[in-house]
Write a new protein. Structure first.
Lengths: 270, 260, 309, 260, 270
């Protein structure tokens, strides 16, 4: 068993950390009225979370609790009001992020959107094209490569966005409900492909999802957040064999593990 | 096929509008018997235009070149200034008001400086066209850059984009439609800027521009020729407008995929 | 407007309201009109006169012809051109007997005649008959023609710049800056139309002859007064033209005096105009190609003597 | 507290910029020995401004009122025209080029018509301010309306919104930031439009405006006063710009929640 | 059993139809290049679908097959190239649509966004406020009423969008993956609330979802589309009791019904 509620076990065992979050608190200020009046929303309330290199962690929690905020903080796109965040892979191009919305550039074709991170890194065109092609295949979007975002369905847009994250083969992959807009079967195929990539490239994945079964299937470890203000209410390994196949979904252990998560979600005061 | 059809769709409406407008104008000029020295009927303007065709053509070339140069300078410098202003709120707050000030300066007031710095003639005229037309480019480009969605900025930050990558691949790309709007405003202004520049800093010999022609015909109460010259300046403006529109609809096709 | 029971100016309810459109801001060249107003000459004549100041591009001809003003101040050449274009405009008072337009050059250039002006820049107002006349007569080959902008900054900045001028204005301003330019007066070179003539509509002259007569007579009286002592009128104008100081007002008034009170005016009265000079102007304009057919000189003006009688 | 701090943050940078600019200008004017009649040092301009304070103040009021009226007319009519143009592509294609034409017409060329229709004086001056400043409002409003996302239009269609509901609750609301950009450009233009209007329309019994002051001081080579007058026109422009900016940042706070 | 592949049974039984779709075909033209060259995408290929008044129909299909397109056509926002669509409730304000993306007006607060359809109908302010309050409660968003869309989490935005659709109490409710961005528990609560509303107000609901369990739980009838070009590959009643409670999810019949749908989805050639 890898994870625990406190961060001490990691330090004792000196496993390299991909992400180390300590006491992170984030409060949003919402200005109202003309004279500086403001409301505040406490999104994260003292989050501690260490993620080992190479692990696959699912992050679950009620809607609006602060999951996206936490991911943004890990990605360095937002800064906590209190607490510290250390990210090992914060080298250029080593973090990838699938945002909750697709956030494609509307003036670029799908292929050009997927190529963006490589372009920004200065990868030469030929290499780029090959990688883009592969990423598009991974998300089953090869035949829409020349289309523009406005010509895609919702699920296709999300898949383009996923391809954009995968194309860099990042060290740390942050995914915010990446498969929510996909049908069950596509989703399962992508789940499996993601697992394969994770294993092959030794990625560290932090994966937000609302689908308990998906979390159970994918993750080594699941972290459940409470309702806002979010704190960790459950943080434990998923009790399933390390290598999972389509058949895993049918096993009783799978249903049990999923049940544990659902129960944890239910406990966290909304 | 579809191209030729869309060509018709684009050129026919203004043409129809022109015919209608001219007919109404001619009718009104006759019916209301507005004296010709105030508002000559289009037929009189047309015959003046034919009579002075070579002078008008030469003037169009002179003024057209100056306004084109001024316009291009506005496009380049306007966008560059907007980029500078966008770099920080403080810079923007500090300098933007002075861009406004620039716009309110009557060209005549700085004519001697213009002539001193650029010499009389085409350079000073182009400078005038530039001064008059640069502000809308700045304002629209700045607004466009400022309107970039934070989420897209995040994306670029995440992938470690350099400042210049953010600028070219995100900010300018995103602002492109609004920059085009600024350029649309600038093209008419650059023509009027050139004409006003000619009033105070042009050459009145050689190939005098439309501004000189306007002054001459105004002075001599040749209202028909005056309107012909004004018509030429309008045509110049429309020509540049058409070029900007065509270029932007070519370049920006991708931006408007959603709007089809 | 009703009468104030005590104090206040009695507003003559019977006064005829007329408007006069100037072609420039209040300056000594309109001195007589302001003197007539300030000195009460218009009031006495039963006229309530509103003076509309102009700017560099005031459309005086159109404003008067269109009826927005009853009188205007314009050049004699404007009147001939207007008549040639079918505008029913008539000059009724020829203020400047001698045309004040000239060309000024830096004296250091030792230019003895305009025929020697063959270099540098020369600023002439495009389309202005005066400039066209000079150009036709002297050619100015080698000089670059640029538009005249009404100022003298370019002149001071560039020793090779020459420009058209009003002898009553620019040379004085240049002198104030410590330089004495050489001025070639158009009138001495063969171009001498009346300047700053008072114009009105032909219809007005026919239908409200009495008003026109009263206005011209009062204006003439104003000019007489102004030539004798411009101080009061200058002060009134200075309020509306703060850029010009009192000294300049005085200098300009002095400079223009001989141009207004030329021999002809001394003999026959201020504002007098002759058919011969109008005919000459019309012929000149035809020759310059400004107009194609000369209007009859008699149509262009109404002799002040007959009008005021 | 936070308001007073933001007040400082907004007013300090332009103030600092002004001080720096003036210092550079004064230094340059002295060091390069540009003659004062071409570019007077700010100190000279300031003392001219003090000396002729009452004339300048009167001129500011005259010109300010005319440009304000012209600006307001531009705002109202410009947005209205944009709404009309937005109503159909054919109408837009047919008429938009003529809006461009309007912008290229030198005010002097239509001075007689202006004076004929509006009378000499403030009305004609305001009309000139309007003509010069209306086009950017039209163009920016039109671009803003055209940029409404189709998905939001669908929403309004679905709920059976009337044409006027779509207009006010969707199109104008969505275009508001871009309309504000158009108005920002229009305020400087309306000031210069008023000044140019004064060149042709003159003035009657009221106090002469800045345009007249510019012309007379130019002619008298009172370059210090000329620059003071130009400075006043710049201040008028900035004042209107400031008002538009303040109003738009108040009204548009909601539009920019995302950008905080 | 209510539904069949052909439309005849309905006509024989003269059940009133809320929606009647016949032979609908929709082809998108994607212009490419300057000279009028274009690609076409056939999204819908001869869809026949009749929906009875008061029924709850789930629509399932692979990502990008044409579900949203079909909904847009039913809503009258898009027109088919071939075929006819008749909608009974096409009266003003009687159709509501939860788009796949939230599509909120960014310059309006949550409450003002939700009030929009009522405002457009001219409902007086007081009545409006009461209804908005209720709709916000239904989606558990009362405490964010004064916030602006940019200040919401992804799931909260979708809930605001759902509230906007519910506030009009429409006759015909079109929902395009409304709950995809919500956590399992919130989703289940909203599922149940939607069912209650459906029963109470006799709505007709056409509900696109990727969650097979959700479709099974909610719908009387499930329609499965094939991959693009979409045609109907399965159209049958869900074999579960009419009234479903939280307990229903645990029953073996539930798993069986879900299995049927999954199989149908799997059959449709992608
Ligand atoms: N920019 C912001 N300004 C103000 N409040 C914000 C902002 N971003 C997020 N919040 C608030 O912070 C809280 C957490 O938001 P966050 O997006 O992290 O939720 P989430 O867990 O991702 O939810 P979901 O599952 O719905 O996506 C929410 O209550 C949200 O309203
Ligand atoms: N405006 C458009 N222009 C061109 N193609 C389009 C357009 N809208 C949709 N399409 C294409 O039509 C097909 C169906 O799209 P639609 O949005 O209906 O799919 P969907 O079933 O809703 O998928 P998802 O589950 O991913 O939302 C897709 O292949 C898409 O690319
Ligand atoms: Mg989220
Ligand atoms: Mg869809």
């Amino acid at each position: 068993m890898v994870a625990a509620r406190s961060r001490w076990p990691y330090i004792c065992r000196r496993v390299p950390k991909a992400v180390d979050i300590r006491g992170v608190r984030r409060r949003f200020r919402i200005p109202r009225g003309l004279f500086g009046a403001e409301e505040t929303v406490l999104a994260l309330d003292g989050i501690d979370l260490s993620i080992e290199e190479g692990s696959f962690v699912a992050l679950i929690g009620p809607s609006g609790c602060g999951k996206s905020t936490l991911l943004r903080i890990v990605a360095g796109l937002d800064t906590p009001d209190e607490g510290t965040v250390e990210v090992a892979a914060r080298a250029r191009g080593e973090v990838a992020y699938v945002f909750q919305d697709a956030h494609l550039l509307p003036w670029r074709s799908v292929a050009a959107n997927v190529a963006l991170p490589l372009e920004l890194r200065g990868v030469p065109r030929e290499e780029r094209d090959a990688k883009v092609l592969q990423a598009l295949e991974e998300v089953e979007l090869s035949d829409a490569a020349t289309r523009y975002p406005a010509e895609l369905s919702g699920g296709m847009r999300m898949r383009a966005s996923i391809a954009r994250a995968l194309v860099t083969r990042p060290k740390l992959l942050l995914m915010d409900e990446p498969f929510a807009a996909l049908d069950e079967l596509t989703r399962q195929r992508l789940d499996e492909r993601l697992l394969a990539l994770w294993r092959e490239h030794h990625l560290t994945v932090l994966f937000v999802t609302h689908a308990i079964f998906e979390a159970t299937f994918l993750a080594e470890r699941a972290v459940v957040l409470s309702g806002r203000p979010a704190h960790v209410v459950h943080d434990a390994a998923v009790e399933l064999p390390a290598v999972r196949t389509a058949a895993t979904r049918g096993e009783p252990a799978f249903a049990r593990a999923a049940g544990t998560l659902l129960a944890a979600l239910d406990q966290g005061p909304g | 096929m579809s191209t030729s059809r869309s060509f018709v769709a684009i050129t026919l409406p203004p043409f129809v509008a022109a015919v209608v407008a001219l007919a109404v104008w001619e009718g009104a000029a006759r019916a209301l018997s507005v004296p010709a020295y105030l508002l000559p009927p289009p037929s009189a303007v047309a015959s003046a235009a034919v009579g002075d065709a070579s002078a008008l053509a030469g003037a169009c070339v002179t003024t057209g070149l100056a306004s084109l140069v001024g316009f291009l300078a506005s496009a380049v410098i306007g966008v560059a200034v907007a980029i500078g202003l966008a770099s920080s709120r403080i810079v923007e707050r500090g300098l933007y008001p002075y861009a406004v000030a620039l716009q309110t300066v009557p060209i005549v007031a700085i004519a001697p400086l213009l002539v001193l710095w650029c010499g009389a003639g085409p350079r000073a005229v182009a400078a005038s066209a530039f001064i008059v037309s640069v502000f809308p480019v700045i304002t629209n480009s700045l607004a466009g850059i400022r309107a970039v969605e934070p989420a897209l900025r995040d994306l670029f930050t995440l992938y470690g984009a350099s400042r210049s990558q953010v600028l070219f691949k995100l900010e300018l790309a995103h602002a492109a439609p609004q920059i085009a709007t600024g350029l649309r405003i600038a093209c008419g202004l650059s023509v009027i800027g050139a004409i006003v520049g000619e009033f105070v800093a042009g050459f009145s010999e050689g190939s005098p521009g439309l501004g000189i022609l306007v002054m001459t015909s105004y002075r001599q109460l040749r209202t028909d020729l005056l309107f012909a010259a004004v018509g030429c300046s309008a045509l110049l403006g429309m020509l540049m407008f058409g070029m900007v529109s065509a270029a932007s609809s070519l370049v920006l096709r991708r931006w408007y995929v959603a709007a089809r | 407007s009703r009468k104030e029971p005590d104090g206040g100016k009695p507003t003559p309810t019977t006064a005829t309201r007329v408007k006069v459109q100037l072609n420039w801001v209040p300056e000594p060249e309109f001195g007589g009109i302001y003197a007539a107003r300030e000195g009460g000459a218009y009031d006495k004549a039963g006229l309530a006169v509103e003076i509309l100041s102009g700017g560099p591009a005031s459309p005086v001809v159109q404003v008067v012809a269109g009826g927005q003003a009853d009188f205007g101040v314009a050049g004699a050449d404007d009147v001939v051109i207007a008549r040639a274009r079918g505008v029913d405009l008539v000059a009724v008072f020829g203020t400047f007997q001698t045309n004040p337009q000239g060309v000024m050059v830096h004296s250091a250039r030792n230019i003895a005649s305009l025929a020697d002006l063959k270099s540098g820049t020369l600023a002439l107002e495009p389309g202005l008959p005066f400039g066209m006349f000079m150009k036709k007569k002297y050619g100015f080959a080698g000089a670059t023609l640029v538009p005249y902008d009404g100022g003298i900054a370019k002149f001071l900045a560039d020793p090779n710049h020459s420009q058209q001028c009003y002898v009553t204005s620019e040379p004085i301003a240049v002198k104030k800056k410590g330089e004495t330019p050489k001025v070639f007066l158009g009138a001495d070179l063969g171009f001498n139309p009346y300047a700053n003539v008072i114009v009105t509509r032909g219809a007005m002259l026919r239908e409200k002859r009495e008003t026109v007569r009263a206005f011209v007579a009062a204006s003439a009286e104003g000019w007489r007064r102004y030539l004798d002592d411009p101080t009061a009128a200058n002060a009134a104008m200075a309020k509306r033209n703060t850029a010009m100081d009192a000294e300049t007002f005085a200098a300009a008034a002095a400079a223009q005096k001989p141009l207004i009170e030329a021999d002809e005016a001394k003999k026959s009265g201020l504002g007098v105009m002759t058919e011969a000079r109008w005919a000459r102007l019309a012929a000149d304009l035809v020759e310059l190609g400004v107009i194609t057919k000369a209007p009859a000189a008699t149509e262009c003006f109404a002799d002040v003597q007959t009008v005021t009688k």
